[in-house]
Design a protein around this ligand. Structure first.
Ligand code: ADP
Ligand code: MG
Length: 393
């Protein structure tokens, strides 16, 4: 089904209308400063188009996990000036996201002005998708735009509940663009190479099982590789292995075999004595006792790079090693370079994977950098995203 979008809304005119935008301004913070404002920047196009068209723009978002309580360190107040700077317009802030104070702040908005409301997750009703809370949000606005791709896989009040309580609910430009690009992975030009790495098998196993028959080649790196190696009965030394996932790992192996696809697992490894910069390291084919696998080895990196050169579509989620430590970053860098120089349509998702691509300076050579890790994984494995389904009525 087609998802109604901002073009349709703007075509009918929004001047003077109160438009509530659910954005994803969930930026990483350290000691109260914004470490990376990619999500703020990604939210700008939709907000600017609405403001330019004369809408009275009300922005909501969550920040972190306050679990239904007001946590001063998770206020969106300090995001307001950054948003203003990136949009190039003033952004006012209200310390409430519902109720009288919020209503008064909305009433003060002139055409084309922008208001940011406080963290929606300060209210327990948000994550519980309580109708009452959704109605309180809906009461502030005439129209609703969901642009929070990163939260589209969650059925919360501000992402789904509100949609049926306003006159019209549409997808913003970021959400639309994410869906368009990720559809290319769902329905790819072949061969499709899926590169999966990162820390945890448990959180990505469902994706792997779903993608295994879909991808022509599934190449595994990062810590999750050692769970697969352990499942095959080979030594993993002191590497990070999820013991309770061995059986599930074998199910993935079986699913790939049954579908006649290829599963690539590292055949050589960079191992270290400890997870610290300067630790002594070796390249090995069999991981010795007491050593930790910290990166794919050079031969594995070469093979994965070769697959990237042959692919027509590449989806990458999760670094190949502990790339934050320079000594352990070579495998991730080699694969990133191969993905960046491939002629394939390339989609990279996941917070750490994006950071790696950015650090290496390859961002501009990737077709699409997905802002939502969890949401992009759920979407490419064929699941419906509640935040999108709510717009499709
Ligand atoms: P993303 O955010 O891209 O989805 P994840 O959060 O799943 O990726 O995983 C990223 C983390 O995995 C990084 O912090 C990285 O250091 C870690 N990691 C990768 N390889 C290993 C390894 N061999 N041992 C321990 N941690 C690893
Ligand atoms: Mg991560």
């Amino acid at each position: 089904m087609a998802v109604p979008d901002l073009d349709g809304l703007l075509a009918d005119g929004v001047r003077g209308q109160r438009v509530l935008v659910r954005a994803d301004l969930n930026v990483p913070l350290s000691n109260g400063t914004i470490r990376d404002d990619s999500r703020v920047r990604a939210s700008v196009p939709t907000l600017r188009r609405l403001a330019d068209a004369g809408a009275r723009v009300i922005v909501t978002s969550h920040l972190g996990r306050p679990k239904g309580q007001r946590k001063p360190e998770l206020t969106l107040r300090r995001v307001a000036p950054r948003l203003a700077e990136r949009i190039g317009r003033g952004v006012s802030f209200c310390e409430e996201c519902i109720g009288e104070k919020a209503a008064a702040a909305v009433a003060e908005l002139g055409d084309g002005q922008i208001l940011l409301l406080e963290n929606v997750r300060f209210h327990a009703g948000e994550e519980k998708n309580e109708t009452g809370f959704a109605a309180d949000l809906a009461a502030l606005a005439d129209l609703y735009v969901n642009d929070a791709f990163g939260t589209a896989h969650r059925a919360h009040a501000s992402t789904t509940g509100i949609a049926s309580l306003v006159d019209r609910a549409v997808a913003g430009d970021l959400l639309r663009s994410e869906l368009e690009h990720l559809r290319v992975v769902r329905d790819p030009e072949r061969p499709l190479l899926v590169l999966l790495g990162g820390a945890k098998v448990s959180s990505k196993l469902a994706v792997m099982e779903a993608l295994a028959p879909h991808a022509d080649v599934l190449a595994i790196g990062g810590a999750m590789a050692y769970t697969f190696i352990a499942a095959a009965g080979k030594p993993t030394g002191a590497s990070r292995v999820e013991q309770d996932m061995l059986e599930d790992a074998n199910c993935v192996v079986e699913a790939v075999r049954a579908a006649g696809r290829r599963l690539l697992i590292p055949t050589d490894h960079l191992v270290a004595k400890s997870l610290e910069a300067g630790a002594s390291t070796r390249v090995v084919e069999t991981i010795p006792d007491g050593w930790i696998g910290v990166d794919i080895g050079p031969e594995t990196a070469r093979r994965y790079a070769e697959e990237a050169a042959k692919a027509r579509t590449i989806f990458w989620n999760g670094p190949m090693g502990v790339f934050e430590i320079q000594d352990f970053a070579a495998g991730t860098a080699r694969v990133a370079e191969a993905v960046a120089s491939s002629d394939a349509t390339t989609v990279v998702g996941g917070g750490d994977s994006l950071a790696a691509i950015q650090q290496l300076g390859f961002s501009h050579r990737i077709t699409h950098l997905s802002t939502g890790g969890g949401a992009s994984l759920e979407f490419v494995q064929g699941l419906a995203l509640p935040g999108v389904a709510a717009l499709e009525r």
